[in-house]
Design a protein around this ligand. Structure first.
Ligand SMILES: C[S@@+](CC[C@H](N)C(=O)[O-])C[C@H]1O[C@@H](n2cnc3c(N)ncnc32)[C@H](O)[C@@H]1O
Length: 363
């Protein structure tokens, strides 16, 4: 007879991502971790994995990962919610087990840990965020040792509660800021792409080892960095990176950001006249100029058409381009003119503004 105690399954996890990327993130969770998706919401994926390991922190299309404590979609907007938040926090989660799992992934703090409570709240609730935070703190009273200290910076442990309208989700944060910001990003540029979105675009481009990857408007080089990391984490293969920009300072940033991960070839150019041979590139990734910073007074339609014409020229047969813009109509029109077909599109929200990435293929 087997006398070993059956192991209780690990708690569920949840991840926060950019709104619109829930499906992409779910696919990555399934592919990379063998995870089972339990539900998705705006910018949220709740899932189960067979085991809680540091592999959770290797996900590239999510910004934060948490151990799930409790969730509800029945908040009432009224003060009564605060009682429920306290009660659920006190009784619905196995905090000691969650903290042990947290310490198995993140370094266990020496002595009394410093902790922090993060409350995100949007909606017309009658109670303000500070009262929600107090309710969370009261509920956690039994999990936190009285000697643990509240610290505003570099907390060892973070308890998060995110409320959107009637929905609430509470958990223990496993990730830190490097998951969202990455460690390679030393230099930032205005309009620099969020790495998670760059990773989603790299996934859409189906990048394989041995490919030549081009970003004709590379800015700080985020797309190229994510393209390389995607291939390295999948199969340890290599890709060749080509980046260019009209702005010399942007190129300096890109060179610096890529330096620690194998570099690339960078060149100052106008994307409308690329110094590259016909059919020399397998994949193109590009965050096109758009929006307030670039759109005013410029004819984006013409810029897109001239850039797409060059993209089509340098792409190999079966090549793919993935381009991001908020000016989707202008991009679709330019694709039509240049005889590039739109093989896919994904709508996302960046800082509340809609944008779309299109997957383009030569016809
Ligand atoms: C939206 S930003 C790209 C940001 C980049 N993906 C990143 O994460 O930093 C657009 C970039 O296009 C560059 N750009 C604009 N017009 C260009 C052109 N005609 N040729 C090459 N680069 C251009 C700008 O200098 C800027 O760096």
């Amino acid at each position: 007879m087997n006398s070993r105690k059956p192991q209780t399954p690990p708690p569920a996890c949840y991840a926060q991502t950019i709104p619109g990327l829930e499906q992409v993130a779910s696919d990555e969770i399934r592919d990379r971790l063998g995870g089972e998706i339990l539900r998705t919401g705006q910018g949220l994926v709740v899932f189960k994995v067979p085991e809680i390991t540091a592999d959770l922190l290797e996900l590239r299309t999510v910004e934060d990962v948490f151990l799930f404590a409790w969730g509800s979609d029945q908040l009432s907007y009224r003060a009564l919610d605060l009682d429920w938040i306290e009660k659920w926090t006190k009784s619905k989660a196995d905090w000691p087990r969650m903290l042990a799992l947290h310490h198995s992934i993140r370094t266990k703090p020496k002595g009394n840990p410093g902790y922090w409570l993060v409350v995100q709240q949007s909606g017309k609730h009658v109670y303000q965020r500070q009262y929600t935070r107090q309710a969370l703190a009261r509920g956690l009273g039994q999990a936190i040792h009285p000697k643990w200290r509240v610290v505003e910076e570099n907390a060892d442990i973070e308890f998060w509660l995110t409320i959107e309208g009637t929905q609430a989700i509470c958990g223990l944060r496993l990730s830190d800021r490097t998951m969202r910001h990455r460690t390679y990003k030393r230099e930032h540029r205005p309009a620099s792409l969020r790495p998670v979105l760059a990773a989603a675009m790299a996934r859409a481009a189906d990048i394989q080892p041995g490919m030549v990857i081009l970003d004709p408007m590379c800015g700080a080089g985020t797309l190229l960095a994510e393209a390389r990391l995607m291939v390295q984490s999948n199969g340890k293969g290599k890709v060749r990176l080509l980046g260019g920009d009209v702005d010399a300072e942007a190129l300096d940033c890109a060179r610096l950001n890529l330096r620690t991960m194998g570099g690339g070839t960078f060149c100052r150019w106008d994307a409308r006249r690329l110094p590259l041979a016909e059919r020399s590139v397998d994949r193109i990734l590009c965050n096109l100029p758009f929006g307030m910073a670039y759109g005013v007074g410029e004819n984006l339609g013409q810029l897109y058409a001239a850039t797409f014409m060059e993209m089509k020229r340098v792409l190999r047969p079966n090549g793919l381009g993935v381009v991001l813009t908020s000016e989707v109509a202008a991009a679709r029109q330019a694709a039509l003119v240049c005889r590039l077909s739109v093989a896919g599109s994904m709508r996302v929200r960046i800082l509340g503004q809609p944008a779309t990435y299109l997957t383009l293929r030569g016809v």
